[in-house]
Design a binder for this molecule. Structure first.
Ligand code: FES
Length: 150
């Protein structure tokens, strides 16, 4: 066990954990930020996506020891009231079906649009390609990302 200093959603957090504990479990079990979901645990599905210094990363495969002093943003920190353009577009398009993968989808989409605010349809599909949705809400996801970019 060791002590780690994290910056999560703009707040400093001190956490005791073993060095190989994945960030996902720190967020969920230590900080009670349960919007970030566990899907596969092997960086394949995207359900656990958060931002690390603005980049979309898979928190299930990032040990706590590797994320100190970087800005971590979870779905809870994207906006206080669901007013982020991607969240608004998600609501307008009514994207979710079961909802489980949606936080990861939104975090991937928001990091992508930050870097590419006017993407083509193909760029949107490529950017979202690694986030799996078992309900296959892909067409609504693409539409919402397109809407958020406008
Ligand atoms: Fe992390 Fe699937 S739970 S990518």
């Amino acid at each position: 066990m060791a002590t780690y200093q994290l910056k999560v959603n703009g707040k400093s957090q001190t956490v005791e954990a073993s060095e190989d504990t994945p960030l996902l479990w720190i967020l969920r079990d230590h900080l009670d930020l349960v919007g970030t979901k566990f899907g596969c645990g092997i960086a394949q599905c995207g359900a656990c996506t958060v931002h690390l210094d603005g980049n979309a990363v898979r928190s299930c495969s990032l040990p706590i020891a590797s994320v100190q002093n970087q800005e971590i943003t979870t779905i809870e920190g994207l906006s206080e009231d669901g007013s982020h353009p991607v969240q608004k577009a998600w609501k307008a398009v009514d994207v979710p079906q079961c909802g489980y993968c949606q936080a990861g989808q939104i975090m991937t989409a928001s990091a992508f649009l930050e870097k590419n605010p006017a993407p083509t349809e193909e760029e949107i599909k490529n950017a979202m390609h690694g986030n799996i949705c078992r309900c296959a809400s892909y067409n609504r996801i693409y539409k919402a990302v397109e809407m958020a970019a406008e």
